[in-house]
Write a protein that binds this ligand. Structure first.
Ligand code: C2E
Ligand code: MG
Ligand code: MG
Length: 711
């Protein structure tokens, strides 16, 4: 035996073998099983190719379904066993190395198409058969008139032997005769168990036109009609049929009887319902899936005037952690429990809950009053999550973030609404989770440009779209310019000048901050060197450069900085690196080592935005820091006059502590002369703010420095 793994052709053949074994017993073919397998092989190939084709083509599935009818796979069980087999083995044997979930979804759609193609082909065949029978019946009736016994006998034979149900009634609806097939469909053995009159055969699901067509027929205004109709069997169950009713006339052309031909479609209908259910529901939780949700949302958004919709987009907080730590089985059980709870939150008419995938769920409410209803819905969902979920004897606390979108029908499409909900959900998440946020167009637009900006960032550095502005640092004692902080900006081709708050967080997330930060450092160091050369001996002009937390942990930091300083010929003590307080909270010695090395070389380290984090003041001693930059919020407290006494006390305390640790204090955001004076009295060393100058081009600093040197 060969140890070679099967090739695709072998696998296809195996699928065809299994398929033929499953379906063969339910055929009325005259072929042998191996012959039948040969017949299925091209169909299997067709399915296999359709499964992996780049785009889905329902026609392929329908053609295979029709071919099954052609091959006499028409016994009641045939279609379901063919589909079961496709369901179980197609992806397995013909999926190749495609993405499993996509393949399964594709296979499900192919099955639906097969069922549809099968039903259509069968209907066509039955119609042809029915026509033949109707012709025979007509001939027989004519023959009765002429008392030709032979034809009558032939009709009897067709009547009794037919696989489809046949019934004859007079034009008042009195049922005269039914055949064995019809009795079997109704689950009875004798005609007496059936209704006596056709008009008793009503069913709540009768199409509105059914009884109108009937009336027209018995009034001889039409020769026949065809419809899909349900009947109650005597045992109360429902029988679905394809029904054709024809008018029979006598030899002189006078209407005399009605002939009903019915084909049992109950099985097929159930199967279609099942397929439809599977294609539109999530297998794990049983909730409607993305497909069904989109259909419903589309309908809600297309509703008429005065109709509104409200949508809650829920994502569980920290679900990945649960999955990773307790395993997928536990994660699945959690999702099932959550799905049940959500389901009970949306039970009113017009409400629905669906699972979009993973730990993402949506709840939809529709109608005229969704403005208030959607908030209630979100509250109910949040409440439903409050009780911990018990899994494996553990109590799991589940939280979620919800994005709410609400609005009138007729304005937006489903994709746009869902995107807005998704963005809003992320807003709730980044605000800490366990909350809901309501969508607003402005926040959406910001988030969308954020996405655009992230993708444009790398090229922007190559294209030289960044530039640096410098904001002077002024000595509070004598008012001289001592240096400047470098603040980076992005001249975006579409959005104009963007401040660092717009793109630094994105650069940090994508890692671009490292090359960008290095570029800023290079430029600023070169600029500082130029100032010094221009300024001659009148005191060194220093430059402050901001460092991101990611840059701190980058292994090249010390090396890069040394090289940059050497290349520009700038002394290390003309450089100050600003690190935010939050980046150093809880920093261990490993993180502090590069900073310490830089400090040892003579570079100043400043603790930026001091007072916004919660660092322990006693901790300051551990840090290789020379300067505290007091956050703008302290300065703001001094804007009114008299200044807030508590703020004054705090600043005074910080300054005296800093000085006792030999740290200099710089204040940010000085906007008025009164503030500057106040801060000077409190003992701050340097200041920065609009009162002195806004950030600007490097030449401006040169002028400013000259002005105070002469003034
Ligand atoms: P920061 O280091 O605290 O910079 C001070 C911010 O306060 C600057 O905002 C500045 O324009 C602003 N500012 C200065 N004076 C006043 C004033 O009197 N009133 C008010 N209201 N604001 C004032 P900007 O330029 O938007 O920078 C924001 C933050 O971006 C900076 O905060 C810094 O953390 C970061 N950043 C700037 N450039 C860089 C960089 O090259 N690398 C890194 N990693 N971060 C940077
Ligand atoms: Mg700064
Ligand atoms: Mg700052």
């Amino acid at each position: 035996m060969s140890a070679e793994p099967d090739g695709p052709e072998d696998r296809l053949r195996r699928f065809a073998t299994i398929w033929s074994r499953a379906v063969f017993p339910a055929t009325s073919t005259s072929l042998t099983r191996p012959e039948f397998e040969e017949l299925l092989l091209p169909l299997a190939r067709r399915l296999s190719e359709a499964l992996r084709a780049r785009t889905y083509d329902a026609e392929e599935g329908r053609a295979v379904g029709a071919a099954l009818v052609e091959a006499h796979c028409t016994e009641p069980e045939a279609l379901s066993s063919a589909l079961d087999c496709v369901d179980a083995y197609l992806v397995l044997y013909c999926g190749g190395d495609g993405h499993q979930e996509d393949l399964r979804a594709r296979a499900a759609r192919l099955q639906s198409a097969m069922a549809a193609g099968y039903a259509e082909a069968l209907r066509q065949r039955t119609l042809t058969e029915q026509e033949a029978i109707a012709r025979a019946a007509l001939e027989a009736q004519g023959a009765v008139a002429r008392a030709l016994h032979a034809t009558e006998a032939r009709f009897r034979a067709v009547f009794e032997g037919a696989a489809i149900g046949i019934g004859i009634a007079d034009l008042d609806g009195n049922i005269l005769q039914v055949n064995g097939a019809l009795l079997r469909m109704f689950g009875v053995t004798e005609q007496a168990r059936l209704a006596r009159c056709v008009t008793e055969w009503t069913h709540p699901e009768d199409a509105p036109q059914v009884w109108r067509l009937y009336e027209e027929l018995v009034r001889a205004e039409r020769e026949h009609y065809h419809t899909e109709k349900a009947f109650y069997r005597p045992d109360g169950t429902v029988l679905w049929t394809n029904l054709t009713v024809s008018l029979l006339r006598d030899a002189d052309g006078n209407p005399q009887y009605q002939l009903a031909l019915m084909e049992d479609t109950t099985e097929r209908r159930l199967l279609n319902l099942r397929l439809r259910y599977e294609a539109t529901h999530d297998a794990l939780t049983g909730l409607p899936n993305r497909t069904l949700f989109f259909e419903r949302l589309e309908k809600a958004l297309a509703a008429g005037d005065g109709q509104r919709f409200g949508l809650c987009y829920l994502d569980l907080d920290g679900f990945k952690a649960i999955n990773d730590s307790l395993g997928h089985a536990a994660g699945d059980r959690l999702l099932v429990e959550i799905a049940d709870r959500l389901q009970s939150c949306a039970t009113a008419p017009g409400e629905m809950v669906a699972r979009l995938g993973g730990d993402e769920f949506v709840a939809l409410t529709t109608g005229p009053d969704t403005e208030s209803e959607v908030d209630d819905l979100a509250d109910r969902i949040m409440n439903a999550l409050v009780t911990p979920v018990r899994i494996d004897g553990r109590e799991l606390l589940v939280r979620g973030s919800i994005g709410i979108v609400e609005g009138p029908a007729g304005e937006r499409g489903p994709a746009e609404v869902l995107r807005s909900a998704d963005i809003t959900m992320y807003r709730a998440k980044s605000a800490g989770g366990n909350r809901y946020e309501v969508a607003d167009a402005e926040a959406d637009a910001r988030a969308i440009t954020r996405h655009g900006l992230t993708t444009a960032l790398p090229a922007a550095l190559d294209r030289g779209e960044f530039f640096i502005e410098y904001q002077p640092l002024v000595h509070l004692g004598d008012g001289t310019v001592r240096g400047a902080e470098a603040l980076v900006r992005w001249l975006h081709p579409q959005h104009g000048v963007l401040g660092p708050d717009r793109f630094i967080p994105l650069a940090e997330r994508t890692g671009l901050i490292v090359p960008l930060g290095r570029w800023v450092l290079e430029q600023s160091v070169r600029q500082a060197r130029e100032w010094q050369q221009r300024h001659g001996g009148r005191g060194p002009l220093r430059v402050n450069v901001n460092l991101s937390p990611c840059q701190l942990t980058h292994p090249g930091l010390v090396q890069d900085t040394v090289e940059i300083l050497e290349r520009a010929g700038l002394e290390p003590d003309a450089l100050c690196l600003e690190v935010t307080e939050s980046a150093l909270i809880g920093a261990d010695d490993d993180l502090l080592k590069p900073l310490r090395r830089l400090a040892e070389m003579g570079i100043d380290i400043a603790l930026d935005d001091f007072g916004t984090g919660y660092s322990n003041l006693a901790n300051l001693r551990r840090l290789p820091v020379r300067v505290l930059k007091l956050d703008r919020s302290f300065t703001q407290g001094m804007q009114q006059f008299p200044a807030d006494p508590v703020d004054l006390k705090i600043v005074e305390g910080i300054v005296s502590l800093a000085h006792s640790l030999d740290l200099a204090v710089t204040v940010e955001g000085v906007e008025t002369g009164a503030q500057a004076e106040q801060l000077r009295i409190l003992g701050c060393d340097t200041a920065q703010g609009w009162y002195y100058a806004r950030p600007g081009p490097p030449e401006r600093l040169h002028e400013l420095a000259l002005v105070d040197a002469t003034g």
